[in-house]
Design a protein around this ligand. Structure first.
Ligand SMILES: [Zn+2]
Ligand SMILES: [Zn+2]
Length: 259
């Protein structure tokens, strides 16, 4: 895998160069940010593609807090057939994230819970079973934005550590307001400390979707919406949808054995 750390900004699908990742504050409104950035595919100088998963606005946070029953629903999309694809995972965890937990045991239980919940729908629908296998105490220091933080987790966190996928966990405050990141079609993702186990599992599931080449869609019941929606946890849309240009269920079926 080519180095993930990047300097020199990011290029979007129109060829526009962004010296720094766009932030909500750079736009007249959150709606304006979403309209311009929500479905954009950016590339690092090394060519790695990603989308931005922004944090909630205070209004959205109130809205989602009011919703109850963020319980894992089975996938609506897949057939439940096909070969099982066991994917072992490696988890670099940074010092700010580790500090949240009273013990190594509690940390490990939490990470397992997030990842095991995140893969429920993928396992039910497509036999994709993530197995948290190794961890790494990583100290995050120099990631200026979330893409660099992901690269740092990979380079300093042991790479894939001979597993199939890396899902790093971070509570770093200095890397922008995004809540998760993954490289499209590569087995590397990072989940930020955000809300409850359920919100983190939703972020994790969404990022895993990106790893399996899923892009943001406009289906309000789908976990791949550009804005975090715990009510959509477990659902990947199963029809040809126009914003994403994808039928996620078909893509997952095709990509089932990607890792
Ligand atoms: Zn996303
Ligand atoms: Zn979707």
């Amino acid at each position: 895998m080519a180095p993930l750390l990047s300097q020199g900004g990011y290029t979007d699908s129109r060829g526009e160069l962004w010296p720094e990742l766009p932030q909500v504050e750079d736009f007249a409104s959150v709606a304006a940010y979403d309209a311009r950035v929500g479905h954009e595919v950016f590339r690092t100088p090394a060519g790695h593609a990603f989308q931005l998963d922004r944090a909630w606005t205070p209004e959205e946070e109130r809205h989602f807090r009011m919703l109850s029953g963020f319980v894992a629903q089975g996938s609506q999309g897949g057939s439940g057939h096909g070969l099982r694809a066991t994917v072992t995972t490696h988890h670099p965890v940074d010092e700010e994230y580790r500090a949240v937990f009273p013990s190594r045991y509690a940390l490990r239980q939490h990470v397992r819970k997030v990842v095991e919940r995140a893969d429920d729908a993928l396992e039910a629908g497509w036999g994709i079973n993530l197995v948290p296998s190794t961890g790494y105490a990583w100290d995050s220091e120099d990631g200026d934005d979330i893409v660099e933080l992901l690269g740092e987790a990979f380079l300093e966190g042991g790479g894939l550590a001979q597993q199939d996928m890396m899902i790093a966990f971070s509570a770093d405050q200095g890397s922008g307001a995004e809540i998760g990141i993954a490289i499209l079609g590569l087995p590397v993702a990072l989940v930020k400390r955000y809300g409850t186990v359920t919100t983190e599992a939703t972020i994790c599931q969404h990022e895993i979707g990106h790893c399996y080449t899923l892009v943001h869609c406009c289906d309000s019941h789908c976990v791949m919406q550009a804005v975090l929606d715990p009510a959509a946890f477990g659902s990947f849309h199963a029809y040809q949808e126009s914003c994403s240009g994808q039928n996620h269920a078909d893509v997952l079926q095709q990509q089932q054995n990607r890792y």
